[in-house]
Design a binder for this molecule. Structure first.
Ligand SMILES: Cc1ncc(C[n+]2csc(CCOP(=O)(O)OP(=O)(O)O)c2C)c(N)n1
Ligand SMILES: [Mg+2]
Length: 783
């Protein structure tokens, strides 16, 4: 007990020490508390309440042009930014422009709400209550220079950066010319190529890792050659990366994985938490231990933590200026925790009155930044009520006009749906990727591990954009040991000696966090690095499944080609290991094959692995490259080495053996097993045509069809569990398109619908064996 207390105390004081080392600025608690405590009787008017006919009626004043601040005007105690004596160094025009942007943001929300009510648009989520913080952030950063990974509340930021009301309303109506997603995503899912805003998804928090990867692209390029820097999209050397989330989203693991890496590498990422106190209906104290996210992150080293009143644009601007400076100077990452309000429901699909009492809503309304900042401008004599009224009128007119135009702007043609699933420019199934015919081989025969490793060496040599990372892939992270130890180079040694050859900036270990690996790779790929990452075992790919399915595979499509993240995910897969058991033997290609936008490669031998990996690296789409662990070192699939230009195209199956009686369509470890079965069957006079698909997405349908037309009997064999498997897809298509050529039903061979057991004889029962393939063939012949 005593020891425990002692430990706790030490931890506490250590924490304190770390904190005091950080340039932490505490929030102006008094202001926030005071404001929260103020109970305002039903506000006179509600700005942006969804009804365009409601207008803010401010007190009258005369001037039309923004006035220079009158130093003589008596300041109200309640002045929003009374402490900002020189208005954060901003002139009157800028101060008024900030209001214009905030108001514009609110009015676009209101317009959308109106249009949604009229069934003219199909979804709405607002940025209401967050505007002040967002214009402050936008003003402190450099548009089209810095990088932005914003979330759906960030309308005012995007306006501040230069996106127009028109562009936003194109998005709302699903117009094809919408720069955010060209009609593919809900509105407020930001993306703007020219403004360095990569396409953002609906997934809360995934973009934190992309932001880290985007910052890391610059960080790694800084350590490498200037030629590489030229290839990094938007490389400046001092650019910073903005990433925002809500309070609720800070509970996602990816946020913590992102903070961990950003702080560890001192990456220039500004983590922004827009704390409106709710995640839909769940209050912050339910999601966040202690209710204060800044406290929870206070142990991270190199993290500049700032709290601010996000309803105050000037305080927000000051805060962001400091955070930006910290990151620009490459001192580390920054964390801005901004308290904001949410005057509207979460989205139009939500009714906040179901879980928030009127008094609370009124408290928020009283500190609504659209209201308080207008009051500030008037009280300080920066703009008169008439100025602001006039400004509001012009904004309203602009928004109305933009909406009218958007409503008559065409949506994409229905068949455009098929565009940009994969790269329209680089086709890995084309002849450009085929040097297989007559390829010259040399040297001693190597294993699949050897030939993959050789390919990685050659490709890294050829393309300096390639970075390799994952768990334990480096030779030795502590470089000082490089000369004294042999090095690890991956648990299967596939990446051996790459760090030694190409350096730790290009080959490095990741933390033990699969989403971290894939999410960072996305951010790097967005900026034109070429990540070739390793997931240590297929069985552990699932923490990254969200990133793979919802980000990697869909980024190009959801932005209609504006954002892409081509990368290669090498993944050891499969069983037949004797003792691999449940969590080191899994196959599950269907889970990924069912995800549009992902290419899947599954080589059965060393030479194919080499040629297909080269194509995977050189193509412009994300590729899941499955390497069967059992095949890694088999003598039967060894090969001599091809040249560094040896390429096998995707979608080109290999006829391993020709035959006339029955076709076996397979891949991976079942190729050799089927080959053995074919030899046995030949002795019975049955001639098998054996097809190794080699790539599962895309696959060589022509070759399959040609064979089935010849043999009229077909088996689809794979290692995955049989039900709902990849074979079901092939079998269904054969039944559908080749029915008249069949003399027997399509038969499938696969694993039992279980996981793989440890005890060898049970494993043998579960996984398909030579006998299973043989029996299926004899059954079909007898049919
Ligand atoms: C991974 C994921 N889980 C759940 C959702 C559904 N969802 C969308 S927004 C949201 C709440 C987010 O709250 P917060 O992060 O506080 O942001 P706020 O909307 O309050 O600004 C939820 C649960 C989602 N989009 N993504
Ligand atoms: Mg929230």
């Amino acid at each position: 007990m005593a020891t425990a207390t002692k430990k706790a105390n030490t931890a506490k004081s250590n924490n304190k020490k770390t904190l005091s080392n950080q340039p932490v600025k505490r929030a102006n608690k008094a202001t926030v508390k005071d404001n929260n405590a103020k109970v305002i009787v039903k506000p006179e008017m509600t700005v942006g309440d969804g009804d365009l006919d409601h207008r803010t009626k401010q007190k009258t004043a005369k001037a039309i042009e923004p006035k220079q601040p009158k130093k003589t005007v008596k300041k109200s105690e309640k002045t929003v930014a009374a402490e900002a004596k020189n208005y954060s160094g901003l002139d009157a025009q800028t101060l008024v422009r900030l209001y214009r942007t905030m108001y514009m943001s609110r009015r676009i929300d209101d317009k959308e709400i109106q249009l949604k009510g009229q069934n003219k648009i199909f979804f709405q989520i607002s940025g209401a209550g967050h505007e002040a913080m967002l214009v402050g952030a936008g003003l402190a950063m450099k548009p089209a220079y810095d990088w932005f990974f914003p979330y759906y509340r960030d309308r005012a930021l995007l306006l501040q950066l230069g996106m127009t009301a028109q562009e936003m309303l194109y998005s709302a109506v699903g117009a094809e010319i919408d720069p955010n997603s060209h009609g593919r995503q809900m509105p407020s899912h930001w993306g703007h190529k020219d403004l360095n805003v990569p396409s953002q998804s609906s997934c809360t928090g995934t973009q934190a890792l992309h932001a880290v990867g985007a910052a890391e692209a610059s960080y790694r390029a800084s350590m490498l050659t200037t030629e590489l820097q030229d290839k990094i999209v938007g490389f400046k050397g001092d650019e910073v990366v903005y990433m925002s989330v809500g309070d609720g989203t800070t509970s996602e693991g990816e946020i913590w994985e992102a903070l961990n890496t950003a702080c560890n590498l001192k990456l220039p990422v500004i983590f922004v938490v827009e704390d409106n106190g709710y995640a839909i209906s769940t209050p912050v104290e339910v999601s966040t231990a202690g209710g204060d996210i800044s406290k929870l992150v206070s142990g991270f080293p190199n993290l500049y933590i700032q709290k601010c009143d996000g309803t105050n644009p000037l305080e927000s601007y000051d805060t962001f200026k400091r955070a930006v400076e910290f990151c620009r100077e490459r001192k580390g990452a920054a964390f801005v925790h901004a308290k904001v309000v949410r005057p509207y429901s979460h989205s139009l699909s939500d009714d906040e009155k179901l879980y928030r009492p009127v008094e609370e809503l009124e408290r928020d309304a009283a500190i609504d930044p659209i209201k308080t900042y207008a009051e500030f401008l008037m009280t300080e004599g920066i703009a008169s009520s008439e100025d602001l009224e006039k400004l509001r009128k012009t904004v309203d007119a602009e928004v109305t006009e933009a909406a009218d135009i958007a409503l008559v702007t065409p949506q994409p043609a229905p068949e455009s749906a098929l565009r940009n699933v994969f790269s329209p420019d680089v086709d890995p199934t084309s002849k450009d990727f085929d040097t297989e015919e007559g390829a010259e081989l040399s040297g001693n025969a190597g294993t699949m591990v050897d030939l993959i490793n050789r390919c990685l060496h050659e490709e890294m040599e050829r393309d300096e954009r390639i970075v390799i990372f994952g768990e334990d892939v480096a030779d030795v992270s502590r470089e000082e040991y490089l000369e004294t130890v042999k090095g690890k180079g991956g648990v299967f040694k596939v990446t051996a000696n790459l760090q030694r050859k190409f350096g730790s900036a290009r080959v490095f270990n990741s933390p033990l966090a699969e989403a971290n690996i894939i999410g960072r790779a996305v951010g790097m790929a967005i900026r034109n690095l070429k990540p070739v990452v390793e997931i240590q075992f297929f069985d552990y790919i699932f923490p990254a499944f969200h990133q793979i399915r919802n980000e990697v595979a869909v980024t190009r499509w959801r932005s209609d080609g504006d954002t892409k993240c081509p990368l290669v995910m090498r993944v050891p897969v499969g069983g037949y290991l004797k003792g691999g058991a449940v969590y080191h033997s899994q196959s599950g290609t269907t889970l990924f094959a069912h995800t549009p936008g992902l290419m899947i490669v599954y080589p059965s031998n060393a030479l194919d692995a080499n040629g297909l990996l080269r194509t995977a690296i050189r193509c412009d789409d994300p590729v899941l490259f499955l390497e069967h662990k059992h095949l890694y070192r088999q003598v039967y699939n060894k090969s001599q080495y091809p040249s560094p230009e040896f390429l096998i195209p995707f979608g080109k199956a290999k006829v391993v053996r020709e035959g006339t009686d029955v076709t076996i369509v397979t891949y991976g470890a079942l190729v050799q097993r089927s080959f053995e079965a074919a030899k046995r069957l030949e002795k019975q006079g049955i001639l098998v045509e054996l097809i190794d698909l080699r790539t599962l997405v895309p696959y060589d349908w022509e070759r399959v069809a040609e064979s089935v037309k010849k043999t009229n009997r077909v088996i689809v064999a794979h290692e995955d569990p049989i039900s709902y498997g990849y074979g079901a897809e092939i079998a269904a298509r054969i039944a559908d398109e080749l029915f008249e050529f069949l003399d027997a039903p399509v038969r499938r061979v696969g694993a039992t619908d279980t996981f793989v057991a440890y005890a060898p004889q049970v494993e043998d029962f579960i996984l398909p064996q030579i006998e299973d393939v043989e029996k299926a063939a004899t059954d079909l012949i007898r049919y």
